[in-house]
Design a protein. Structure first.
Length: 373
């Protein structure tokens, strides 16, 4: 239905003019159009009639590959030789089909229940194949890749800035949040005021937090030249880092408290009976056993930060959000996608890697407990 009712690609004579919708049968040879439709019908049949997860995964991946090759062929067919101005953007039919096939692949992987290492390998293989296809030039005539070519000099720097803002604020939150969580666990009377304050901070909208921090940081930079020399000022990455740090505290502190609370009291008492001090019990028993829960909070924070760094571009913080907001301002959706797609990939990759690490630690802890028993 998507192929029948929606354009497969959109042709633009330049990056900002309204596009002309083009259907699949207008772009590819008859055998190519019929071949894609045959693959999609086969995928639909597998989705409805085949229960085996491996076959479902193979069918969905084959559909994604054929769909990607079809949109690349359509872009090549519509682009005049040597023309660097026209833009060929994937249309609504392409995006709907990609989402459907992606959901089918995700469902198949979920049914297969692969182990942590297998999930990481699947992610690595998928990223390697996608990177090789992009480096080969297969999709060079698509509008997103045209925008990448125009911004190739800036893209690596903005990507590094995005990662630095997300990871740097996470590290700062860990340095403060872990001891604060341990303190709240040791002194339960501190939990209500500390967690209540962090809950209030969490309710402040991100753009409002950035705006609120601009005034005090700007005043600090004006009065303390050393702070300005370090890059602390009202605009730029400083307000973004501070805001992301504050947003990161609640999940880390709360999950640290929860993880420590779930540690077996018997294990703690046994360690103390062996003559361990409180600091040794914390370092050797409590924190290792609470680590999977703490990592769950870190996973939430990292994914949250990767997304929220996008807004930092509004206050001069840089990052991939620069392309998103430039594209919005120029009504160039392809430039928006140049920033948005890598953000989605980064967040998804971080989720897969940390989920695999958490599951591996859980399995290791369960195996150790079983061996001891």
């Amino acid at each position: 239905m998507a192929l029948i009712g929606l354009p497969f690609v959109v042709f633009k004579s330049n990056r900002i003019v309204p596009g002309e919708p083009r259907a699949l049968h207008e772009l590819l040879p008859l055998w190519g159009a019929l071949g894609l439709q045959a693959v999609l019908l086969a995928d639909a049949a597998v989705a409805v009639g085949v229960a085996d997860a491996r076959r479902r995964l193979a069918a969905s991946l084959a559909g994604i590959v054929v769909l990607a090759l079809a949109v690349a062929a359509a872009a090549n067919a519509l682009t005049p030789p040597g023309d660097k101005v026209v833009r060929i953007a994937p249309g609504g039919a392409f995006w709907i089909l990609l989402v459907c096939l992606g959901l089918m692949a995700t469902d198949a992987i979920t049914r297969m229940r692969p182990g942590p290492l297998a999930r990481v390998l699947l992610l690595a293989v998928a990223l390697a194949i996608a990177g090789a296809a992009l480096a080969h030039g297969t999709f060079d005539n698509l509008s997103v890749m045209r925008e990448y070519t125009v911004n190739a000099g800036r893209f690596p720097a903005e990507l590094r800035r995005h990662l630095w803002l997300a990871a740097g604020s996470l590290v700062a939150a860990l340095i403060v949040g872990l001891p604060l969580g341990i303190l709240c666990h040791r002194a339960p009377r501190l939990q209500p005021p500390v967690l209540g304050t962090l809950n209030v901070i969490q309710t402040i909208p991100a753009i409002a937090a950035f705006g609120i921090l601009m005034a005090p940081l700007g005043a600090l930079a004006a009065r303390v030249p050393a702070a300005a020399a370090l890059g602390i000022r009202g605009i730029g990455p400083a307000p973004a880092v501070v805001a992301l740090f504050l947003y990161s505290l609640l999940p880390i502190v709360a999950d640290t408290v929860l993880g420590l609370r779930r540690v077996s009291h018997a294990a703690v008492e046994a360690a103390r009976g062996m003559g361990m001090t409180d600091s040794q019990v914390l370092a050797r028993i409590e924190l290792p056993l609470a680590l999977p829960v703490i990592l769950t909070g870190i996973r939430v924070v990292l994914i949250q930060n990767i997304g929220m760094v996008t807004i930092a571009a509004l206050i001069g913080g840089g990052g991939l959000g620069t392309f998103v907001f430039q594209g919005i301002g120029q009504t160039a959706i392809d430039l928006v996608l140049l920033g948005a797609i890598p953000i989605v990939v980064l967040a998804f990759s971080a989720s897969v890697l940390l989920d695999a690490l958490i599951e591996a630690l859980d399995r290791s802890a369960s195996a150790s407990a079983g061996a001891k028993s």
